[in-house]
Structure formats: C-alpha cells, structure tokens
Design a protein around this ligand. Structure first.
Ligand SMILES: NC(=O)c1ccc[n+]([C@@H]2O[C@H](COP(=O)([O-])OP(=O)(O)OC[C@H]3O[C@@H](n4cnc5c(N)ncnc54)[C@H](OP(=O)(O)O)[C@@H]3O)[C@@H](O)[C@H]2O)c1
Length: 306
C-alpha cells in the first residue's frame, strides 16, 4: 500500500516540487532532494543516490527550466532534461519503482489549430523543448512503470513564475505590454501536485490495473485557454478585488514585439481527454485554479497590488 512507500521527490525546492511535498506528505516517507543534495548533470551521482535511497516512487519535478538560457547552454539542458531522466527510468525499472516525470507543451511547434493530443508529432521550436522531448523519449525507450505528464504555463504561490512577476510589476508600474498571440492553459503547481497524488494513490490501490494499462504519456493541464495578456488581466482583476490598490493598464502586443532568445509556440493548448479516459482525472478550469492560487497568496503577500 502507498501508506508505507518511500517517495523520492527530486527538484523539491522548485514550484512543483514544493507542492508535491505538500500533497504527498501523508502518502509515505518523503525524501525531498534538491540541487544541494545532488546534481542531475552528474549521471553517476544520480544513479548512486537513487540506489542508496531505494524509493518505491520517484517524482521528478527537477528540470532545467530556463527556456531562454537553454539556447546558450544546450549541453547542460540536455544532460539535466534528457540524460538524468534516462537514468531515473533505468533505476526505476531495475527496482520496480514507479517513475512520475513532467514534460512540456514546448515539445510542440504551436502550428495546430485545435488542442494538441498525445499522438501529435512533436516538433520543438527551442532547445528546452528539444531537451524535454529527448527526456520523454529516453524514458519511453527504457519502459517500466512510468508516467509522463506534459503540462503547460506552470505557476503557483512559490518560485519564479508569471503570477508572481505580474503581481510585482503591478506594484511597480502604471502600464505594461503583454504578448497576446501565444495561447495556452495556465496550470497551477497546486493542481498538478494534487492530480499526481490522486493518480499515484489509484495506481497503488490497483484501481487502474497493471502498468501495461497505464504506463505512458498524458497531457495534464488546467482547463480552458487564454493568452498571456488575458492571463495578466485576470491576475490584476483578482489582485485588485483581493488586495485592493491600483492595477496597471495592460496592452496586448504580438510576439514579434517581445523578442526572446528562444522561440515559443503560438498554440500551446493540450487536450486532456486521454488523462480523463484513463484515470477519470480532470483539473480545474484555469481561472478557478487562479482563484485558488490567489487564496493561497493572500496571507503570504498582503501588500500585493497596494
Ligand atoms: N514552469 C513552467 O512553465 C513549465 C511548463 C511546462 C512544463 N514544466 C515542467 O514541469 C516540471 C516542474 O517545473 P517547475 O516550474 O516546478 O520548475 P522549477 O520551479 O524551475 O524547479 C525545477 C527544480 O529543478 C532544480 N534543478 C535544476 N537543475 C538541476 C540540477 N542540475 N540538479 C538538480 N536539480 C536541478 C532547480 O534548482 P535551481 O532552481 O536551484 O536551479 C529547481 O529546484 C519540469 O519538468 C518542467 O520542465 C514547467
């Protein structure tokens, strides 16, 4: 049963890692590791550390996530996002552990008009996306008891993310411009962690059969879709109603007016139908999840928007 499991959370200081620690805190013995404990770019260290800790479940929330910096550090991005996951998959398969890994909408090029499904052909536009895709492929090649959850636009109460950046800019500026031609589903670290816990519990309880029935790649995002500009406006509306104070004027701009080293997909929307069909799991709509994240911030950031 999951209640006595040893659960290794990698990337425990990151956005998702922090929430996974909360969500899995009652699921077993938690081993929470971050960069201080071991370096994912060091393959032998990764292998030894996983063997020594002998986990039943590995939740890999660690990743090289600096999308623009990855353009100038492709080898490091590839080592962390592809080399390390391959070793995790090998070690999980060797011991029979469950590996839960997270990937990204940036494996796609954004040219599809509808929501992307798991079987659509990936075509990353940037080094980060290519490194994450290589990680997915490495895990799938190894096989075993693995789940890959592709998600998008992750944010939450902790870490570096769009929500916290907008709240800071809202305090500093009277107006700002935000890209309006990239569409996706903002997804909270809270919702991702809780959905992961429910699915892992279900697997532990045998509700989904053996791994032949469920191992694979699934899209896991909050529901609906919005542009970055629409997301920013929604954040400021909620910030004003919760925290009061002024809100900045937000103007839409095209991606061409906000050049970045890494290209990003225009349409990042992922279909979650496979997740629902296999696990009966559906995350909240993105705007409800934003409300929940703002509620969590209320105590932490009383001066936001003031
Ligand atoms: N953020 C998004 O918008 C987004 C979108 C789609 C998918 N995802 C995926 O979702 C997962 C969680 O993302 P997140 O937003 O929670 O990421 P995050 O906040 O950046 O956390 C990643 C963690 O990995 C650690 N890490 C980086 N390099 C490492 C290394 N060489 N050795 C050990 N640890 C290392 C980081 O430590 P340092 O901070 O000290 O470097 C950080 O604690 C990742 O797989 C990511 O690719 C994220």
């Amino acid at each position: 049963m999951i209640s006595r499991s040893r659960i290794l959370i990698l990337g425990s200081a990151g956005q998702l890692g922090t929430e996974l620690q909360r969500s899995f805190s009652t699921a077993g013995t938690i081993l929470a590791w971050d960069k201080e404990r071991f370096d994912l770019a060091n393959p032998e260290q990764v292998r030894e550390a996983v063997r020594e800790s002998a986990p039943d479940i590995i939740l890999n929330a660690s990743a090289y996530t600096a999308v623009d910096r990855a353009e100038s550090e492709p080898d490091l991005a590839m080592a962390v996002n592809a080399g390390a996951p391959k070793i995790l998959a090998e070690e999980a398969k060797r011991s029979g552990a469950l590996l839960v890994h997270y990937s990204t909408d940036y494996v796609f090029d954004g040219t599809k008009s509808g929501a992307w499904v798991e079987d659509d052909t990936p075509h990353p536009l940037n080094v980060y996306g290519a490194s994450k895709l290589a990680g997915e492929q490495a895990i799938a090649r190894v096989g075993g008891r693995y789940l890959i959850f592709r998600t998008s636009w992750v944010y939450g109460p902790h870490g570096k993310n769009f929500l916290l950046t907008m709240l800071r800019l809202g305090r500093e500026r009277d107006s700002l411009t935000v890209v309006d031609d990239q569409i996706g589903a903002p997804t909270t670290s809270i919702a991702l962690a809780d959905a992961s816990r429910t699915i892992v519990d279900g697997i532990g309880a045998g509700r989904f059969g053996d791994s032949d029935a469920w191992a694979g790649t699934y899209h896991m995002t909050c529901g609906g879709a919005v542009s970055w500009c629409g997301f920013a406006k929604a954040i400021f509306e909620r910030s004003q109603s919760r925290f009061g104070g002024k809100i900045p004027e937000v103007s839409p701009i095209p991606t061409s007016q906000y050049p970045t080293p890494a290209r990003r997909p225009h349409n990042s929307v992922l279909s979650n139908e496979k997740l629902f069909a296999r696990f009966g799991m559906k995350l909240a709509p993105w705007d409800d999840a934003l409300d929940a994240a703002m509620l969590r911030l209320q105590d932490d950031v009383p001066a936001a928007g003031a």
